[in-house]
Ligand binder design. Structure first.
Ligand code: HEC
Ligand code: HEC
Length: 316
């Protein structure tokens, strides 16, 4: 069976607003340049082996197991950070999918970026890993480009952040080559995104999973980050993780930009959304494109139910 094109297809949350903002930023540059996308198609070299992504043998520590679940089933980090190009392996064994990086997200209006290798970050301190995931800042202070949905992850609970970091630490390092980002001439990382301020004192309490709607909202906005495709933009053009699910952000695929449907659609129901998350099948009986349903299918029924219920409760 031919599987649908993987949803790895990037998913930056660049919106039209930011495109316009970008045009302002690049000042005198030819506006069509920004629309034409990258000026080079340099491909990353070397595809790491998928398969040896480092499992802890035998009994997995509970925290690590929780991190594995959050990373692969809920957040679908492998959607971008996939190692190699054996997409079928991602479908067949999602919970052990490689995070060795190397996939290039081409369609952004400002250039292209390759998702880095998450299996080789053992030397980063917990705080450095947290700052990258939550605030998009690397240990050397450089800013991560927006396809990385840090706006959504900024409010991950401390407990879930700890589990994700524990899981990343458990990964066996796998070598891979990561191409440098290629930005349109004149643009810098700072131009492309606004850095959220690092707030070392902020606390992110655990959301009670017995409060189904609150927990569904937490998962949907900040872990699964449905908002990175179905969400809306803040005034400055960045993703507004707290905004309505009206599908106003642009998702940049390999070469094209598109918008995901609004989840405020009256035809949707808890049942339809739960079925999609749990089986990957849409209301019309077909599989879904772009959306990492293969990952969500590994979510617990309770988590899928919580997200589906929240989406419907959040309808205006
Ligand atoms: C929509 C695509 C996408 C998703 C989903 C995504 N990332 Fe990323 N991530 C990226 C890209 C692209 C970069 C590199 C950005 C750059 O080079 O500026 C990145 C960078 C990172 C970095 C910095 C690594 C380094 O070497 O600089 C970490 C850590 C990271 N991501 C962790 C995660 C985790 C954990 C998840 C899931 C909870 C995740 N990412 C989900 C696209 C994504
Ligand atoms: C990477 C982008 C992306 C992410 C993340 C994403 N979606 Fe989607 N979603 C899409 C796209 C694109 C479509 C339409 C594709 C199609 O119809 O095949 C879609 C379709 C849907 C539909 C419509 C199904 C129908 O029957 O027409 C629902 C409901 C939905 N998504 C819910 C969610 C929920 C809930 C989440 C978070 C758990 C989520 N999506 C995460 C991109 C995404």
């Amino acid at each position: 069976m031919r599987l649908p094109k993987p949803t790895l297809i990037a998913t930056t949350l660049f919106l039209l607003g930011l495109l316009l903002l970008g045009l302002l930023l690049i000042g005198g540059a030819n506006p069509t340049m920004a629309q034409d996308g990258p000026t080079t198609t340099e491909e990353p070299e070397g595809t790491p082996e998928v398969g040896d992504m480092g499992m802890v043998d035998g009994e997995e520590d509970e925290l690590v197991a929780r991190g594995r679940y959050l990373v692969h089933a809920v957040a679908a980090c492998q959607d971008c950070h996939i190692g190699g190009s054996d997409y079928n392996a991602v479908y067949e064994d999602t919970l052990h999918a490689s995070l060795a990086g190397g996939y290039t997200l081409l369609g952004n209006p400002w250039g292209q970026v390759t998702a880095p290798n998450l299996t080789v970050l053992h030397e980063w301190t917990d705080e450095q890993l947290e700052n990258a995931i939550r605030y998009g800042v690397r240990p050397d202070g450089s800013l991560l480009l927006p396809p990385m949905p840090y706006e959504a992850y900024a409010s991950l609970s401390d407990e879930d952040m700890t589990a994700i970091i524990a899981y990343l630490r458990s990964l066996e390092p796998v070598e891979s080559e990561i191409a440098e980002p290629v930005l349109l001439e004149g643009l810098t990382r700072e131009d492309i995104r606004t850095a959220p301020e690092i707030n070392a004192d902020a606390e992110f309490p655990t959301v009670d999973s017995s409060d189904m709607l609150a927990y569904g909202e937490y998962l949907g906005r900040h872990v699964a980050a449905c908002v990175r495709c179905h969400g809306s933009a803040a005034e400055d053009g960045t993703l507004d993780p707290a905004g309505p699910l009206t599908g106003q952000v642009y998702v940049y695929g390999d070469f094209d930009a598109f918008q995901a449907p609004s989840l405020a659609d009256e035809r949707l129901s808890v049942e339809i959304i739960f079925t999609l998350l749990h089986t990957g099948i849409k209301a019309n009986g077909r599989g879904v494109f772009i959306m990492p349903a293969y990952a969500y299918m590994q979510m617990t029924e309770a988590d899928a139910q919580a997200i589906a219920s929240w989406v419907i409760s959040a309808r205006p």
